[in-house]
Structures are given as structure tokens and as C-alpha cells.
Design a protein around this ligand. Structure first.
Ligand SMILES: [Zn+2]
Length: 119
């Protein structure tokens, strides 16, 4: 299996994790906000069982032993690190920051500038 396919699988896996996680959160919030639990408690004297949550997906077996694969700047060899983040790269090869995304973020980054530097 090529590393390109592995990366595609890993990306799909994390997208699925995000989707299921959002679903789980929604179910939990709905359950906490509904009066059903209190009504059940009044009726039976015990709290109802927690709602069933969908299981998080399993990591694809092809991606278990994935390496970072980023290009080493000195050696030119692909990186062999197995400690990868969800973007499929290690801590050295994640890529440069693309800067603040929100208005608040860019405000905050501006206040972090040292005094006297160019604004
Ligand atoms: Zn790397």
C-alpha cells in the first residue's frame, strides 16, 4: 500500500472521528437538557441509564505503523518518525503555521508583539 493511500485513509479516519464525536456530544447535550431523566427518576427512584453513544471508529490497520515521511532537510531521506499527529506528520514536519484564523486571534497576536517593533 502506498503512503499516499495511507494518508488518504488517515484523513478519512479523522474526519469520521470528528463526525462521530460531534454526534456523541449532541446526544449527550440533548440528554442532559431533556426532562426525560428527571421524569424517569421521579417514576423509578433511580437515574435512567446513560444514552447509548455511537462507537468511535477504529484506526485503519494500514495506518497503524505509518511513518511521518516528511523530507529531512539535511539528509534528504523521508522521516521515519512514528509519532505522528492527525495530519499524518511528526512534530518536525507538520508545516509552518498559517497564522491566526479569527479576528480575535489576530488581535491577540498583535498584542503579543514586542513594544517598539513594527505594527
Ligand atoms: Zn517527520
Amino acid at each position: 500500500m502506498s503512503t499516499k493511500e495511507q494518508r488518504r485513509l488517515l484523513k478519512a479516519f479523522w474526519q469520521e472521528v470528528d463526525r462521530v464525536e460531534a454526534l456523541r456530544q449532541r446526544i449527550l447535550i440533548e440528554d442532559a437538557n431533556s426532562n426525560r431523566r428527571a421524569a424517569y427518576f421521579c417514576m423509578h427512584g433511580v437515574w435512567p441509564p446513560r444514552p447509548l453513544l455511537p462507537d468511535l471508529p477504529e484506526i485503519p490497520p494500514q495506518c497503524i505503523d505509518m511513518t511521518c515521511g516528511g523530507k529531512g532537510r539535511r539528509s534528504g531521506e523521508p522521516c521515519k518518525s512514528r509519532e505522528i499527529f492527525r495530519n499524518g506528520r511528526c512534530k518536525w514536519h507538520g508545516g509552518a503555521s498559517t497564522g491566526p484564523k479569527t479576528k480575535e486571534g489576530s488581535e491577540r497576536s498583535r498584542t503579543n508583539l514586542r513594544r517598539g517593533s513594527k505594527l
